[in-house]
Design a protein around this ligand. Structure first.
Ligand code: SF4
Length: 214
């Protein structure tokens, strides 16, 4: 996300009197963002004025010299969640297994979402707001382009997004303890990645709804 998008997010939060309990900065690998320190400062300033109790977290894999150099510059009041990646074993479950590819989920109500939407809350990406961060990642591959361009209001349950994204999301199965040791993917994802490799979807960027970019 750009600095301008973060500014817009904070302005929207102020205008909507939203006092976030926790803001988590995720990637990719956020320490590789060229403006990370500036962004952190902006969020800290917002916290100082509007939500002194808010937690600010930075998720990193801690991998590599450059990442470790940036981590040394992060202020002490930022909580660093470091997965300390040091091997090929994956800690996450099989995100790329679409429940809609399984008979067992034929009649599932995908608007229910999963524990992640409750635990981690709403996700903001360069392409708008989603019910969770994974939904934003799914949209980048499938190209539905349904990110909200403005902070969702209290009466917006995001059901349309949950219905669209959870049917594709492996987290929906809630398999907490199944480690994944190799790439695993269902048919819908195989097809989606194939199309993605040929032509990436075009999404509207957050705050720039009238401008279409890659
Ligand atoms: S199943 Fe996936 S898309 Fe749906 S709420 Fe959970 S993490 Fe988000």
């Amino acid at each position: 996300m750009t600095v301008e998008q973060i500014r817009l997010f904070l302005d929207e939060s102020i205008a909507g009197k939203i006092r976030w309990e926790r803001i988590r900065i995720l990637g990719g690998e956020p320490t590789l963002h060229p403006n990370l320190l500036e962004i952190i400062d902006m969020i800290r300033n917002w916290r100082l004025d509007y939500a002194p109790e808010a937690l600010i977290e930075l998720n990193t894999n801690g991998y590599g010299h450059r990442v470790r150099e940036v981590l040394r510059l992060i202020p002490d009041d930022i909580i660093i969640k470091n997965s300390n990646k040091n091997c090929r074993e994956q800690l996450f479950d099989s995100f790329n297994i679409a429940p809609s590819d399984k008979i067992a989920y034929q009649f599932a109500d995908f608007r229910n979402g999963c524990y992640l939407a409750k635990m981690s809350g709403i996700g903001l990406t360069p392409y708008g707001y989603y019910p969770c961060a994974p939904a934003g990642a799914i949209d980048r591959v499938f190209g539905f382009d349904t990110g909200r361009d403005r902070l969702p209001t209290e009466d917006d349950d995001l059901y349309d997004q949950l219905k669209k994204f959870c049917r594709l999301c492996g987290h929906f199965e809630r398999r907490f303890h199944s480690k994944v040791h190799r790439p695993t993917m269902s048919k819908t994802w195989e097809n989606a990645y194939e199309l993605y490799s040929i032509k990436r979807p075009i999404l509207h960027r957050y705050g720039e709804r009238d401008i279409i970019v890659h």
